[in-house]
Design a protein around this ligand. Structure first.
Ligand SMILES: C[S@@+](CC[C@H](N)C(=O)[O-])C[C@H]1O[C@@H](n2cnc3c(N)ncnc32)[C@H](O)[C@@H]1O
Length: 426
């Protein structure tokens, strides 16, 4: 097909980007997800650090997209071979991926967030390398990119706010990309989960008008915003290593707000007020009938006080086990059980398992019993088809995959706008 957009999916997990861009039909399961456009994923990579037993996401990917659809090896090893000419990776028009975010994730305290130099955040460099290798093969490769990460990426690290994102922008600018970025809270646009993630769209050689693009680019068309009250410019340094050393050193605030556009090394950024009047869905919309919930998901009477304690507000003396110093620990109350007439909170990788937890979701059944969410519900909170991860994984593994995944409707809506623009340019 002439107007086909071929895609490489990095850090593919269970295929959220692929599903959003390509859609999926499976009459046996009754799944029929629409395509965003003429996207075709021709190469994917997924590897969970650790043993063979940890490769359940890649196995799910293969179960859904076919044998051989994903390369289940560490991206670094794969790229070493690609670089040395010992491995073939097809030329692609688009590169997508939600790169591992543990270092930025809100699930960890700020004091432990090492940022882009941290163990996992460093995988940005594999994306950069992948793009360079593609571009070395042909200037026409990798015209489009779509990446996803936690919103803290715009602010990290704590001592040099915004440095990591400035490095990413600087890398993309050096390869000739213009960039749009946007923090999207999925619930603000009708999805059943509150999940705030930054999406980064890059297009090679695009000469956009910065101001126009801020409210009229592919992300803004997919996820409209009100006219911003104030916009400000940020100059992205050209030297990546200089940026690492000195960008916003000592600055208390990141210069990057929730929406932005960059052309050359000039960026424009603004705060965002969402403009959405469509339908809205809630946690209650994805709950399965009670007969589909097995006994292990119900909270035993004997455990309820433990859950209540963990979910409750507290202010108590604690002792740091390493230093022996005592300190006051305070936290507010979480709603317990979770409201079903609103979108859920963000689902995290630790959502599975019986143990009491502050962050796992608990809902009240019509008969008054409390229960955790089942994996079929977690699939749907991410807008995957119900049962997508039901490919031989344990419940805990299914929850882990969904905690890592993305809201499929987001790449779908952005993909539609990319396809429309691609079509009008070709
Ligand atoms: C944030 S998740 C992305 C999930 C994906 N977007 C989805 O829809 O499921 C990042 C993924 O990168 C994978 N990963 C981590 N380190 C990797 C490496 N060195 N090579 C390849 N994949 C890696 C993780 O196993 C995880 O599935």
């Amino acid at each position: 097909m002439d107007d086909e957009i071929t895609v490489a999916e990095l850090f593919a997990g269970v295929g959220g980007f692929r599903l959003g861009l390509e859609g999926y039909s499976d009459s046996e399961n009754g799944w029929d997800l629409p395509k965003a456009g003429p996207f075709r994923t021709v190469w994917a990579n997924q590897w969970e650090p650790g043993s063979d037993k940890r490769q359940f996401a890649a196995r799910c990917y293969e179960a859904r997209f076919g044998k051989g659809s994903v390369v289940n090896e560490d991206i670094e090893a794969v790229l070493n071979e690609y670089d040395a000419g010992e491995r073939r990776i097809p030329d692609v028009d688009m590169v997508v991926g939600g790169f591992p975010c543990q270092d930025y994730s809100v699930a960890r305290p700020l004091s432990q967030a090492a940022g882009i130099e941290g163990k996992k955040g460093v995988l940005w460099w594999d994306i950069y390398r992948f793009l360079r290798l593609q571009l070395a093969k042909s200037e026409n490769n990798a015209k489009y990119c779509l990446f996803e990460n936690v919103d803290r990426l715009l602010k990290s690290p704590a001592k040099q706010r915004g440095r990591d994102f400035a490095i990413i922008l600087s890398c993309l600018a050096s390869l000739g990309y213009s960039v749009e970025w946007r923090v999207i809270n999925s619930a603000e646009y009708g999805f059943p989960q509150r999940r705030k993630r930054v999406y980064i769209y890059a297009e090679r050689g695009a000469d956009w008008d910065l101001e126009e693009r801020l409210t009229g680019g592919v992300i803004a068309r997919a996820f409209p915003i009100e006219e911003p009250e104030a916009v400000w410019s940020v100059t992205i340094p050209e030297d990546i290593y200089e940026t690492s050393q000195s960008f916003n050193l000592g600055g208390k605030l990141s210069p990057f707000a929730d929406a932005g556009v960059m052309v050359g090394h000039n960026a424009l950024t603004c705060r965002v007020v969402e403009a959405y009047e469509g339908e809205r869905s809630t946690l209650g919309d994805v709950l399965v009938p009670e007969e589909e919930v097995s006994e292990e998901f119900f909270v035993p009477e004997s455990q309820i006080s433990k859950w209540e304690y963990l979910k409750g507000s507290k202010s108590e003396e604690r002792v740091n086990k390493t230093t022996g110093f005592s300190y006051r620990y305070s936290e507010g109350a979480m709603s317990f059980p979770d409201a079903t007439d609103r979108p859920s909170r963000t689902i995290l990788t630790g959502e599975g398992g019986r143990g009491a937890s502050r962050f796992k979701h608990v809902v009240k059944c019509p008969d008054g019993r409390l229960r955790r969410l089942v994996p079929d519900e977690l699939d749907q909170l991410q807008c995957f088809p119900k049962g997508w991860t039901n490919t031989g994984m344990t419940d805990g593994q299914r929850a882990f995959c969904m905690g890592n995944a993305l809201v499929v409707g987001i790449p779908y809506r952005i993909g539609k706008e990319i396809a429309a623009e691609h079509h009008s340019c070709n």
